[in-house]
Design a protein around this ligand. Structure first.
Ligand code: PGA
Length: 250
């Protein structure tokens, strides 16, 4: 019922020469895989426009990693969702833990950004996740549930919002939660969504896992009932790794 989505987050990595990896992904994404798995790649914004051109006709959607909540105005250095859409983006990651940490983004900020993204007709990939201290204190489920409730924009539906559960301590560390912990968290997020947007929409909304997803561990994670894809950082920089994860989702 839910088509898996594998999203690549290049973070602050990638020069024009890196577009060769995107071309490699496009070549390795035949119609049979396209029918089973959706792909979105989120390069740094400097590469957005050429990435859209390079992915054209491949079925790979191109996204951005952040946006401003407002449409335009006096916000030096910021980019609006409307601008990203104009450059060819179909999706925007909002509330990544690196932005929550580096730029002090709150759930309210994330909610406003997500609202801006869906107002442009794009998909908001809303990130949530607990810190190591929160997990060790037994608070992971409560923390993530609160983030989901406070970060979801008005009008969130399965067609315009994707949730990405990314434990902060698993990002870029090579560490992952146990399979049981991932399964428990994803089921709990779906229950929270059910209370927020209704059981029907919750049943259709995609919940991605992110944090040290690699070709080696992807299948076991993606086979879980409530895991509907992955948000991939490091392993999305190389076409072979990213497409191995896409295959594991199919
Ligand atoms: P990672 O990053 O796959 O390099 O752990 C995931 C993310 O931050 O989205």
């Amino acid at each position: 019922m839910r088509k898996p989505l594998v999203a690549g987050n290049w973070k602050m990595n990638g020069m024009r020469a890196s577009l060769i990896e995107l071309a490699g992904m496009a070549r390795a994404y035949p119609a049979a895989l396209r029918a089973k798995v959706d792909l979105v790649v989120c390069p740094p914004v400097t590469l957005l426009f050429p990435a859209v051109a390079s992915a054209l006709g491949s079925g790979i959607a191109i996204g951005a990693q952040d946006c401003h909540a407002k449409t335009s105005g006096a916000h030096t250095g910021d980019l609006s969702a409307a601008m990203l859409f104009d450059a060819g983006a179909n999706a925007v990651i909002v509330g990544h833990s690196e932005r929550r940490a580096d730029h002090a983004e709150t759930d309210a900020d994330v909610k406003a950004k997500a609202a801006a993204v869906i107002a442009e007709g794009m998909t908001a990939i809303v990130c949530v996740g607990e810190t190591r201290a929160e997990r060790e204190a037994g608070k992971a489920l409560a923390v993530v549930s609160a983030q989901v409730r406070a970060s979801l924009p008005e009008g969130a539906k399965a067609s315009n919002v994707v949730i990405a559960y990314e434990p902060v301590w698993a990002i870029g560390t090579g560490l992952t939660p146990t399979i049981q912990d991932i399964a428990e968290m994803h089921a709990d997020i779906r229950a929270t969504l059910g209370r927020e947007i209704g059981k029907d929409q919750a049943a259709q909304m995609r919940i991605l896992y992110g944090g040290s997803v690699k070709p080696q561990n992807a299948k076991e994670i993606l086979d879980l009932a409530d895991v509907d894809g992955a948000l991939v950082g490091g392993a999305s920089l190389k076409a072979v790794d990213f497409m191995a994860i896409a295959e594991a989702a199919g």
